[in-house]
Every structure is written in structure tokens, then in C-alpha cells.
Design a protein around this ligand. Structure first.
Ligand code: GLY
Length: 352
């Protein structure tokens, strides 16, 4: 079976991302010999893959326990992190033990956060089963939970020891989940890879192992350069300041990918209004988002409410809202000096 390996270079904390098919039950991919392991999956993912991952880990020499959490962003809370830690105590995990996050972004973020704080930090492995988690959230060590006031407001940087991506798991992914992840794939094209963008146009956003590996490689490069988002890593937040605001205002009825797509459309429109980006490139972005079945407009929100919610985003620094805006396909810039009236007009132009 063809298989890609991407290395995230972080000195002693470097790790590999394995990308292929039928990896989950293969002992050879897990570095878990003689360790106690707690696999965490949500109630949707556990019936599909828990037994395969258990078989792979057991064959690799680990003692395996499992814990099932409730699915959905509404459970991305401290309370779930506490439940995972209590399950770890019950299973007898010690400081050499491991947690394994099996599932999408919510499971990965929560399990990573639990691993970051359990006994002041133990190792963990990411086994992402959604496209979004494969190309974005499982790589780079951002872990956390939401507060009622906003997404990901608590968390820790805690790198996984491995990321194991079995692209066969995409076969069971609902189409809306595939769309979610495609928003992040398109994001990489706009922010740093014009060839990827053109490839997505050619294949009408059909996602392949090669495209997933390419995105992981891009993310690995950024994380190696700026692990804790002191600089360049902020470009990965393209579309997210607008997007998180509409996601929050919709009470998470709008999925993350759809919200980010709307956010990218707003950021693109803003770049054109500010004279930073050609309208023709903005149209290309809009077409590609629509090809992937993603929205570029929202309805039912007041622009002023979106603006206010953007002000609560944690990506704000020194009271200034920093926005990632495209200046070419494959290149973005950070701006914290764009006019509020212009931003409000742009938001309004993307709202029905
Ligand atoms: N999802 C953005 C980042 O990992 O920095």
C-alpha cells in the first residue's frame, strides 16, 4: 500500500505523521511497547474504529483501555477533560502512559488537553478520522476546550508523539464533514501554496492521500518554524477571526468548516476593498469554495454582532484585531490597521 511520512521537526519533540490506508490495526505504526494506553473516542467513532485501534496497539505490546465521550462541540468542555482524566486514573495510567485520541478535532483537542494536564503531562497519539483533523487540528500540538464565552479559550501546546492518518476512515465520513475539512485544505492553497490551489481547481476539490500529505507537510513546516504562534503560525488562522464569530453566533449550528469558508470569503472581500488583492483572485477563491459545496455568505446575523464577536476572539493582541488577508493566491499578510467602517461594510456585503 502506498504510504507517506511527514516529519514535524521540533528537536527532542519531533514526530512523524504516517499517512496511508489500513494503518489502524498495524502494530508496526505504533510506538507503544510496554506502555499503558487509554484510547479516547466519541460515541460515533468508537463503534467504527475502536476495535481496530485496540488490536493494533495490543499487538504493538501496549496494555489498552478505552473511554467513550459524548460527541459534539457542545461537549468540548473542562467537564469532559475531567472525565477523561478520571478514566485515566481508573485505568491506572502513570507518567509513562499514553492517551490516544481517536476521532475528529473535538476528540483530538480534548484528549490532547487531558494528556497535557494529567499528572502534569503524559504522551499522546493523534489518530484523526475526519479530514479537518487530518489536515489541521491533529498536527501542531494545539489542544484545548471551549468556554461559554468562546472557542478554545483554555488549552495548552502539547505535541503528540505520533499522528497516524488512515485515509480509509474518510469513507465513513458524512459529506458535510468532508466539506468541513475541505475548507481547511483550500485555506492552505490561499495562504501558502498556489500549486495546491490550482490542483484543487483541476480536481474539483476531490481529496486524495497526496493532497492530505501535502497539507500536513505545509502545516509541519509552519509549526517547526513557530510552534507557539509568536509569528508566522498566525497565517493558519486565515478566515478564522470572522469564522469563529459566525460559528459562535450560530450557537455552533454552522459547522466549523462552513464558518471558516464564510470567514475566508469575508477576508477575501476585505482584501479587495483595501486594495490588497485582485478581484479576479477573490473570484477564484469564491468559486473554489462553492465547488467544494461551502457557503460564502451567511444569513440571520447583524454585521455589528459579528464585529463584536470578532472582538472577543483570542487571536486579538494588545487590543488590536489582527486579520489575515490574502495578497495573492498562495500569499497572505497580517493587518491590524484596517478601517472598522470598511470591515463592517464587507461583513454586511456577505450577509443576507
Ligand atoms: N489550526 C491552526 C493552528 O494549528 O495553528
Amino acid at each position: 500500500m502506498p504510504h507517506d511520512k511527514v516529519r514535524v521537526e521540533l528537536g527532542r519533540r519531533s514526530y512523524n505523521i504516517e499517512i496511508g490506508e489500513q494503518l489502524l490495526d498495524k502494530a508496526v505504526f505504533y510506538k507503544t511497547e510496554h506502555r499503558k494506553v487509554l484510547i479516547v473516542a466519541d460515541a460515533n467513532t468508537a463503534p467504527l474504529y475502536m476495535s481496530k485501534v485496540t488490536a493494533g496497539l495490543t499487538a504493538s505490546g501496549a496494555t489498552v483501555h478505552s473511554f467513550v465521550i459524548e460527541p459534539g462541540e457542545q461537549h468540548k468542555t473542562f467537564a469532559t477533560v475531567e472525565k477523561i482524566c478520571c478514566a485515566a486514573v481508573k485505568a491506572g495510567l502513570d507518567r509513562r502512559s499514553l492517551m490516544v485520541a481517536l476521532g475528529g478535532g473535538v476528540t483530538g483537542d480534548l484528549t490532547g488537553f487531558a494528556a497535557a494536564v494529567y499528572m502534569r503531562g503524559i504522551g499522546f497519539i493523534q489518530v484523526p478520522t475526519s479530514l479537518l483533523a487530518m489536515v489541521d487540528s491533529s498536527v501542531g500540538g494545539k489542544t484545548g476546550a471551549d468556554l461559554p464565552e468562546g472557542k478554545n479559550l483554555v488549552g495548552a501546546f502539547h505535541q503528540p508523539e505520533q499522528v497516524i492518518i488512515d485515509i480509509g476512515t474518510l469513507d465513513t465520513l458524512p459529506p458535510e464533514e468532508l466539506r468541513n475539512g475541505t475548507a481547511e485544505v483550500i485555506k492552505y492553497g490561499v495562504i501558502m501554496d498556489s500549486e495546491l490551489f490550482a490542483q484543487l481547481e483541476t480536481v474539483n476539490c476531490r481529496i486524495s492521500r497526496e493532497i492530505i500529505a501535502r497539507c500536513c507537510g505545509l502545516k509541519a513546516r509552519i509549526v517547526a518554524e513557530d510552534e507557539t504562534e509568536g509569528g508566522i503560525r498566525a497565517i493558519l488562522n486565515y478566515g478564522h477571526t470572522f469564522g469563529h464569530a459566525v460559528e459562535l453566533l450560530s450557537n455552533f449550528q454552522l459547522s466549523h468548516g462552513c464558518a471558516i469558508a464564510v470567514g475566508m470569503a469575508m477576508a477575501g472581500q476585505l482584501a479587495v476593498a483595501a486594495g490588497l488583492w485582485d478581484e479576479s483572485d477573490n473570484k477564484r477563491q469564491q468559486r473554489l469554495l462553492e465547488t467544494a459545496g461551502l457557503p460564502v455568505r451567511v444569513s440571520g446575523f447583524k454585521p455589528a454582532d459579528i464585529w463584536a464577536a470578532m472582538g472577543r476572539d483570542k487571536k486579538k493582541s494588545v487590543n488590536k484585531l489582527t486579520l489575515v488577508v490574502p495578497v495573492a493566491i498562495g500569499k497572505v499578510e497580517l493587518h491590524n490597521d484596517l478601517d472598522k467602517t470598511m470591515i463592517l461594510e464587507v461583513i454586511g456585503s456577505c450577509c443576507d
